[in-house]
Design a protein around this ligand. Structure first.
Ligand SMILES: NC(=O)c1ccc[n+]([C@@H]2O[C@H](COP(=O)([O-])OP(=O)(O)OC[C@H]3O[C@@H](n4cnc5c(N)ncnc54)[C@H](O)[C@@H]3O)[C@@H](O)[C@H]2O)c1
Length: 474
C-alpha cells in the first residue's frame, strides 16, 4: 500500500503546509530501478579520507576507480600521505577537493578509511574529515566508513576505537537521514581487503537506498576469486520461497534482473498469482506448501531434474499469527515455527544432500522483530531470531563448499502483511526510522540480490538490517 503522507509532503502544497506546521517531511529516496551498471559511479565524485595509519587506501582507490568514480581528497587532512602513496602505487589520479560553491564538482559520497586507529585520540581524524563537510552531503548522499573488526584490532585501546565507529555510524545516520542520506560501516577482516569492490558498489549506489546506520563485517572470501560486477547472476539458478507476492515477488524479479533463472515456490492456493508473477521474467513456478512432509525432497528433485542443481536459495516465505502468549493456542505457535523456521532447516538439509551446487549462496529473511521483539509476537520473534543464529552456525559449512549463508532483517516494509496493521501502529512503524518512511519490497530484494551475488563474496554468517534505521531494535 502506498504511503499517502509521504506522497502528500512531496506535493508543493503538502511541502509548505508540513513546513508551516513543523511536521516531518520524509525524503523521496532515489532507488536504482535497473540492473548493476558496469561502472555504477561513472560521472560521480567520491571524497576519500583516511586515518593517518589507514591500511585500505590502495584497494579503495582501485575499487572506486573501477566503479567509475573520480576520487577527491582534501589537502589539509592527516591521512593525505597514505592516500597519495596509494595513488602513486596504483597510478590512479586524485583530484583536489573542490570549492564548496562549485556544485557541479560536489561529491555524491564520502568514504573514510578508519582502519589503523590506535585509540580514542585518533577518532578525531574522523571528526576532522566529516564535521566540516556535513552540510555538503547531498540529498540521497552516501557516507561509508571502513574499520577493522574490533576483535582484529589488537589491544584494548584499538579495539575500543574500532567499536566506537559503530556508535558514530548509528548516531550520524540519525542526523542525516532527513535528506535521504545514509551512513554505514564496513568492518574489514584481515584477508578481505581485496573484496571491497562489491560492497562499495552496493552501499555507494542507489541499490542500497533503504539501508542506514548498519555495520557489516567482511571476512576472507571462501568462493570465486573474481568479482563479477556486471550481470552478477548470469548463469545462476535461484529458488525463492513465498514468491507469489510481496517481498518474495520482488526478490524473484530482482534476481532475474541480474541474470538468474528463477524458480518461485508458493502455496498451491497461490498458484495463479505465482504464475502471473513469474511469467513477467520467464521464471518457473512450483506450487507447494513448504511445510508439507515431502516438500524438501520435491524441491530438491525438481531443481536437480530441471536445472541440474541450484546456486542461490532464498528462504522468504513467512507468516505471522500474533497473540499475547497467554492467549496463544498451540497451533498458532506450531504454524509460525514450522513455516518461518522448521521448513528452512528441512529444505536446506535436503539440498545439502542433493541439489546444492558448490559455491551456492543462501539468504534467509529474518525481521527486526527478531531483534527488538514485539508484544504478541513471541512465536514470530523466536523464529526470526532463530534464523539469525542459524545463518551464523551454518556459515562455516557453506564456506567449506565455497558458498555462504546470510540473513536480511527487514524493518517496516509496505506489503500486504503491513497493510493489515491498524492505522496507528502502521504510521508509527513508518515514521520512527531515520529515513522517516517504510521500505518497499524492492529494498529487501536489492539487499538479498547483493548477498546472493559475488559482490558479497566476503560476507558470510551475517544479518543485514534493511530498515531505514527503524528505531525499533536499533
Ligand atoms: N512486510 C514486512 O514489513 C516484513 C518485515 C519483516 C520481515 N518480513 C518477512 O519478509 C517475508 C515476506 O513477507 P511479506 O510481507 O512479503 O509477506 P506476504 O504475506 O505478503 O507474502 C508471503 C508469501 O509467502 C507465502 N507462504 C506463506 N506460507 C507458505 C508456505 N507454507 N508455503 C509456501 N509459501 C508460503 C504466501 O503465500 C505469500 O505469497 C516474511 O518472511 C516476513 O516475515 C516482512
Amino acid at each position: 500500500m502506498s504511503d499517502r503522507y509521504l506522497d502528500f509532503t512531496q506535493s508543493a502544497f503538502g511541502k509548505s503546509l508540513s513546513s508551516l506546521l513543523g511536521l516531518p517531511q520524509p525524503p523521496r529516496l532515489k532507488r536504482a530501478g535497473a540492473s548493476y551498471a558496469a561502472r555504477p559511479l561513472e560521472g560521480r565524485a567520491v571524497m576519500l579520507g583516511s586515518s593517518g595509519l589507514g591500511e585500505l587506501a590502495a584497494p579503495l582507490l582501485v575499487a572506486l576507480n573501477e566503479a567509475g568514480a573520480a576520487v577527491q581528497v582534501a589537502t589539509s587532512l592527516v591521512g593525505l600521505p597514505v592516500i597519495k602513496a596509494a595513488s602513486a602505487a596504483t597510478g590512479i589520479a586524485l583530484k583536489t577537493e573542490p570549492n564548496p560553491e562549485d556544485r557541479a564538482a560536489a561529491p555524491s559520497a564520502f568514504v573514510f578509511d578508519a582502519t589503523g586507529l590506535t585509540g580514542p585520540a585518533q577518532l578525531r581524524e574522523l571528526y576532522d574529515f566529516m564535521q566540516p563537510r556535513v552540510g555538503r552531503i547531498p540529498a540521497n548522499g552516501r557516507v561509508l566508513l571502513l574499520g577493522r573488526a574490533p576483535a582484529d584490532a589488537g589491544n584494548a585501546s584499538a579495539t575500543a576505537a574500532a567499536t566506537a565507529l559503530r556508535g558514530f555510524t548509528r548516531s550520524f545516520a540519525k542526523e542525516i537521514g532527513k535528506k535521504g542520506a545514509t551512513v554505514n560501516l564496513l568492518e574489514v577482516g584481515r584477508g578481505a581487503d581485496d573484496a571491497l569492490a562489491g560492497p562499495l558498489r552496493f552501499f555507494l549506489s542507489e541499490h542500497a537506498a533503504y539501508i542506514t546506520g548498519q555495520t557489516l563485517a567482511l571476512t576472507a572470501p571462501s568462493g570465486d576469486a573474481a568479482d563479477r560486477h556486471f550481470a552478477p547472476l548470469a548463469g545462476k539458478v535461484a529458488v525463492v520461497t513465498g514468491a507469489a507476492r510481496g517481498i518474495g515477488a520482488a526478490i524473484a524479479a530482482t534476481l532475474a534482473r541480474e541474470g538468474a533463472q528463477v524458480v518461485g515456490i508458493d502455496r498451491p492456493q497461490e498458484e495463479g498469482a505465482l504464475g502471473e508473477t513469474l511469467s513477467a521474467f520467464g521464471g518457473y513456478g512450483l506450487a507447494l506448501d513448504i511445510t508439507a512432509a515431502d516438500a524438501p525432497q520435491r524441491i530438491a528433485r525438481e531443481l536437480v531434474g530441471r536445472f541440474g542443481g541450484v546456486d542461490i536459495v532464498v528462504h522468504n516465505a513467512g507468516i505471522t499469527r500474533d497473540k499475547m502468549l497467554k492467549n496463544m493456542a498451540p497451533h498458532l505457535w506450531d504454524m509460525v515455527l514450522d513455516v518461518n523456521f522448521g521448513a528452512i532447516l528441512r529444505i536446506n538439509d535436503a539440498l545439502l544432500t542433493e541439489g546444492l551446487n558448490d559455491g551456492a549462496r543462501m539468504v534467509c529473511i529474518s525481521s527486526i522483530g527478531g531483534i527488538a521483539g514485539n508484544a504478541g509476537q513471541t512465536n514470530y520473534g523466536a523464529t526470526k531470531a532463530g534464523v539469525m543464529g542459524y545463518v551464523e552456525a551454518m556459515a562455516p559449512l557453506l564456506a567449506r563448499r565455497g558458498g555462504a549463508i546470510n540473513a536480511v532483517a527487514p524493518g517496516f516494509i509496505e506489503t500486504a502483511m503491513t497493510a493489515q496493521m491498524p492505522t496507528g501502529p502502521r504510521e508509527v512503524g513508518r515514521r520512527l526510522a531515520s529515513l522517516g518512511q517504510g521500505g518497499l519490497p524492492i529494498d529487501i530484494a536489492e539487499a538479498v540480490t547483493f548477498l546472493a551475488s559475488p559482490l558479497a563474496r566476503a560476507v558470510n554468517g551475517r544479518t543485514l538490517r534493511v530498515c531505514g534505521q527503524n528505531f525499533v531494535g536499533a
